[in-house]
Write a protein that binds this ligand. Structure first.
Ligand SMILES: [Zn+2]
Length: 174
């Protein structure tokens, strides 16, 4: 009796499992799985390319890597009185901020902060240069005149995800 019941149970369980697995498995499963794999692969390659492009563009913007003459001592400064931006100001050795504005002869040039945000909450690769309030002798937090977001010293860029999206958008839009 005991043996008979045991084998009966085994038969039932294998019988239950077999029909469930057999029809579902081979026909639909494999082909769609490999298609998904290929799609995932394409997406990974695409995002790697986008991020790579983005890192390249951003690094040129943020540092002076893209400067062909290697002028590592040139930087973006802004006149604290007029708001005029000097995108490629050459800083003399041992010179400190504020720097001399050659057209006025006055030491009114201070480092400009970069804002990479757009008004609708996206990133952009061409920054808005912002004069910090503390350099202008004003109190309170600095707001970006373009997007209205707060800007601080060594202003942090938007998340990589948004920058990558901006790189894709701006390279495709040209
Ligand atoms: Zn802004």
């Amino acid at each position: 009796m005991a043996l008979g019941q045991g084998s009966l149970l085994d038969d039932e369980t294998t019988a239950e499992l077999a029909p469930g697995k057999a029809p579902e498995g081979p026909p639909t499963g494999e082909s769609s799985a490999s298609a998904i794999d290929r799609w995932r692969y394409a997406k990974v390659i695409g995002s790697v390319v986008a991020v790579g492009l983005c890192v390249f563009v951003i690094s040129r913007q943020v540092s002076n890597l893209g400067d062909p003459r290697g002028e590592s001592n040139s930087r973006v400064v802004i006149d604290s009185e007029t708001g005029e931006v000097f995108p490629n100001y050459r800083v003399r050795e041992n010179d400190g901020s504020p720097y001399v504005n050659s057209s006025t002869g006055r030491r009114t040039l201070v480092p400009a902060e970069k804002c990479f945000w757009t008004r609708d909450g996206k990133a952009k690769l061409k920054p808005t240069y912002v004069l910090l309030n503390e350099y202008a002798g004003r109190k309170g937090p600095t707001m970006c005149p373009d997007c209205g977001r707060p800007v601080v010293g060594r202003n942090p860029p938007p998340p990589m995800e948004l920058l990558s999206e901006a790189a894709t958008r701006e390279s495709g839009g040209k």
